[in-house]
Design a protein around this ligand. Structure first.
Ligand code: UT7
Length: 323
């Protein structure tokens, strides 16, 4: 008998503080019109002082557990996709586990930048399909604005903070149909940070830690690569484009989302878009968009949903699921 991983609950959390494009005009040489036209972003949320990635993850996880109608003690693993952990170690998953109060179960982070949630989901799916685990909490959580250079207009306008979570449960009913993950480290320099623990953290050399991106080059690779992952996912499942009810894409840029929808011949009213409200929240973006799609009543039980993401590494991936 085939065991599927079924999503039985989702949740999302966005910090209270909102930074609008107009607010950004006072910080850096930019304007609302440019940001909206080039990215689709209107605002982003910013974590409060003293509020960390594990706190955002906790708030999203509580909502996902409530929706699944289970307790944290019912979980048997926690996986967090993040590229902005509270600390280098312990992992954000361990800090989250302590906050949730479920010691003993395996807990670890996955760093695949913006594809972090898809990667984490693919790992969780394999554990459940193997029969060794029954209920896994999978989270994407980020405080990206902590590593933004507010003087660099090419990146400062793009990113936001947030967290999304799903509870996966072993089921006889169809759930995740397939996951696909890829990477190409040859393009590491196009989307990266200026420093890290091993290369040296000395601020006097390179300034504070910051995201660096050659946006236009990344844009071109993202559009092409997301097109091919969509083809790969459909072919693997022997499905047609018209079999997909909803596209839940990584929310980096509305123009990239629109290009992927066009490739799938999908109308934009079959695509979940949250980038206008959240900016690019990296690993948090797909689970937050999925939760929004479900809670808003757009995505319904039994529908076929395609999740996809592309990010630093480069990394990219997809998951096809029946809700
Ligand atoms: O999530 C992980 C993956 N990341 C992505 O997928 C991001 C991919 N890249 C993008 O989304 C887009 O490339 C950006 C939104 C980052 C940039 O849009 P673009 O259309 O590629 O713009 P560009 O970098 O080619 O810059 C066009 C112009 C430049 O001015 P000149 O040289 O034409 O005079 C920039 O200096 O826009 C200027 N510019 C800005 N102007 C106002 C760049 N940033 C800004 C800004 N405000 N914030």
């Amino acid at each position: 008998m085939t065991i599927y991983s079924k999503i039985i609950g989702t949740g999302r959390y966005l910090p209270e503080k909102i930074l609008t494009n107009k607010d950004l005009e006072k910080i850096v040489d930019t304007n609302d019109q440019w940001i909206q036209e080039r990215t689709g972003i209107k605002q982003r949320h910013i974590a409060a002082d003293g509020q960390y990635t594990s706190d955002l993850a906790y708030n999203a996880s509580i909502k996902a557990l409530e929706a699944a109608d289970i307790q944290a003690s019912d979980l048997d693993m926690i996986i967090v996709g993040t590229t902005t952990p509270d600390l280098i170690f312990p992992s954000t998953a361990c800090l989250l586990q302590s906050k949730l109060g479920c010691p003993g179960i395996g807990a670890f982070d996955v760093n695949a930048a913006c594809s972090g949630f898809i990667y984490a989901l693919s790992v969780a799916d394999k554990y459940i399909k193997s029969g060794s685990h029954k209920r896994i909490l999978v989270v994407g959580a980020e405080t990206l604005t902590r590593i933004v250079n507010w003087e660099d207009r090419t990146t400062a306008v793009l990113f936001g903070d947030g967290a999304g979570a799903v509870v996966l449960e072993a089921s006889k009913e169809q759930g995740i149909l397939s996951t696909h993950i890829h990477a190409n480290g040859d393009h590491a320099d196009l989307l990266t940070t200026n420093k890290g623990p091993s290369r040296g953290m000395d601020d006097s050399q390179t300034g504070p830690i910051a995201i660096m991106m050659k946006g236009n080059a990344v844009f071109k690779v993202a559009v092409k690569t997301l097109g091919s992952i969509v083809d790969e996912t459909l072919e693997h499942n022997n499905l047609e484009k018209s079999d997909i009810d909803w596209l839940v894409p990584h929310q980096a840029n509305l123009r990239i989302i629109t290009a992927t929808a066009r490739k799938l011949k999908m109308d934009m009213n079959q695509v979940i878009v949250t980038v206008d409200q959240t900016g690019n929240t990296s690993a948090a973006s797909v689970p937050m968009a999925l939760d929004y799609g479900i809670r808003s009543g757009k995505i319904k039980k039994g529908q076929t949903v395609l999740l996809e993401a592309f990010g630093g590494g480069f990394t990219w991936g997809s998951a096809l699921l029946k809700l």
